[in-house]
Ligand binder design. Structure first.
Ligand code: CP
Length: 376
């Protein structure tokens, strides 16, 4: 059955960029996810949604990616756009071109811009805001009427297309009215051990700052020293207060799992070392960067018991296991738990293509609700 879209609410998203979910009101996020759900339904029904034919969807990645790159390409292709994805380090940014200049140069040809820039605290989100400023100022100065939204494909603060995909997946899992599906649900975002690399903070920050806004009781669990940045923590507390949900922090994984309806155990780096990395990166000190990484992994290794296994899952209320992937199997999660949820986490990942489609379509297609309704 078609998802009913509110024409005015949907049209209110026209021209928007997505740099953090915090920039968006809860009603706007609901409208965006309604579009995503409808685009998923149309896609699964084999209906063509090529509303943006012959347009260029350009994305720059300053870090590795499997899922988000393919979701960007898949979303663009389903909308009739031409996706192009470049390695950010191959651009002239590495030769000192500013983010504003880069935005202007790429935006003058493109019709949408995606950026992943997640490795260094304090850099990624501000880079994206500068890119957006560069595009906007160029378009304005040259009298170009095109709408070129910027989509954050993961930064140092947020991973909004991931968190929104997670929210869409949780709403589907819990069922009922999407707007109230999370009300009263106990959702745990937990640190988990990883030996592979010091992972960005943006996924847990994005998850806790988004899910608290929809009435969930969110628990953040991590060992001492694995705090998140103050700003998204404040957003989570504010979101919980406004939505009637709650937000707490514990340092015990068992306590966090007990009674949970959904658990999201994944690793991130220790805050002090992630902060130390900023200065080393600024002066291009590769040896210091390597040393910090080794110390981060040694720190992680003090907490190898922070694993999502069958014993911990048994503490929950038959919780749904979530992970943004890739997961360190045998470290973040036991092979048995991962096997049990292998399809579920793939379905969770698949939601991102529809979130990105919704973002591009809502930002660029005037009166989108009517256009989608006409496709039925
Ligand atoms: N979860 C996620 O963003 O996956 P990728 O890093 O593979 O894009």
């Amino acid at each position: 059955m078609a998802h009913v879209l509110d024409p005015d609410r949907t049209h209110a998203l026209f021209g928007r960029s997505l740099l953090t979910t915090h920039d968006w009101g809860a009603a706007d996020l609901d409208a965006l996810l309604a579009v995503a759900a409808e685009l998923e339904r149309l896609d699964r029904a084999g209906v063509h949604t090529d509303l943006l034919r012959d347009e260029l969807a350009y994305a720059m990645f300053f870090d590795n990616s499997t899922r988000t790159k393919s979701a960007w390409a898949g979303a663009a292709a389903r909308l009739g756009m031409q996706p192009v994805i470049v390695d950010g380090s191959s651009t002239q940014v590495s030769h000192g071109e500013t983010a504003e200049e880069t935005g202007a140069m790429l935006g003058m040809n493109a019709h949408a811009m995606g950026v992943r820039h997640d490795l260094i605290l304090g850099e990624g989100n501000s880079f994206m805001r500068d890119v957006l400023r560069g595009i906007t100022e160029y378009l304005h100065a040259s009298g170009d009427q095109r709408v070129v939204p910027v989509v954050n494909l993961q930064c140092d603060i947020d991973h909004p297309t991931q968190a929104l995909a997670d929210l869409l997946w949780l709403r589907e899992h819990f069922g009922g009215d999407p707007a109230s599906a999370l009300v009263g649900k106990r959702i745990t975002m937990s640190w988990a051990y990883s030996p592979s690399y010091a992972k960005p903070l943006s996924v847990p920050q994005g998850v806790v700052s988004l899910l608290t806004r929809f009435g969930a009781h969110v628990t953040l669990a991590h060992p001492e020293g694995y705090d998140l940045l103050p700003e998204p923590m404040a957003w989570a507390a504010e979101g919980a207060a406004e939505s009637g949900g709650s937000f707490r922090v514990v340092h015990d994984m068992d306590e966090a799992f007990t009674g949970a309806d959904a658990v999201y155990p994944k690793s991130w780096g220790p805050l002090a070392l992630m902060t130390e990395r900023v200065a080393a990166n600024k002066v291009g000190d590769g040896a210091a960067m390597k040393d910090i990484e080794q110390r981060a992994l040694a720190n992680n290794a003090r907490h190898i018991d922070w694993i999502c296994d069958e014993r911990r899952m048994a503490l929950t209320r038959e919780a749904l296991y979530l992970h943004c992937l890739p997961a360190d199997i045998g470290a973040e999660v036991s092979p048995g738990v991962m096997d049990r949820f292998r399809v579920a986490v793939a379905q969770e990942a698949n939601k991102k293509v529809y979130v990105i489609m919704a973002m591009l379509a809502a930002a660029k297609v005037p009166h989108l609700a009517d256009r989608l309704s006409a496709l039925n």
